[in-house]
Design a protein around this ligand. Sequence first.
Ligand SMILES: [Cu+2]
Length: 153
Amino acid sequence: MSSRRLRLALLALCLTVAVGVSGFVLVGPTSATVEKPLGPADTTVTLTVRHSHFSPDHLVVRSGTLVRFVIRNDDPIGHEFIIGDDGVHRRHEAGTEPVHPPRPGEVSIPAGATVETTFRFEGTTSSGRVVYACHLPGHFRYGMSGSVDVLPG
Ligand SMILES: [Cu+2]
């Protein structure tokens, strides 16, 4: 094999390895991301829970948008979906409610179940970040959370 052919063969091998590695990263459990801004029209987002992680774990939403979250729990254990500001998350992380009545932005998700809740990303000009999380003991620390970047509407 000429050295030129050898170099081409090595380049092809490197590209194959690179594609293989990035392909693996793309199917990782926490890498799913939806970057296209949602809204301002009402919209539905489907989230999947698997191995105590939300997928996707990041969204971008225009301020003022009403989002209907449909959350499917593929795990054999229960979880919850809580979305809101820091105060909401502090209350639930320290809280004692084992099960949540369906309130906008707060819902329990039994094992294998699919549940729904709605949340309006308020404010017409403000931007910021809103977090969604599961606050069952240890789950948030384990990484069961996601974030929403809120763009000015
Ligand atoms: Cu959980």
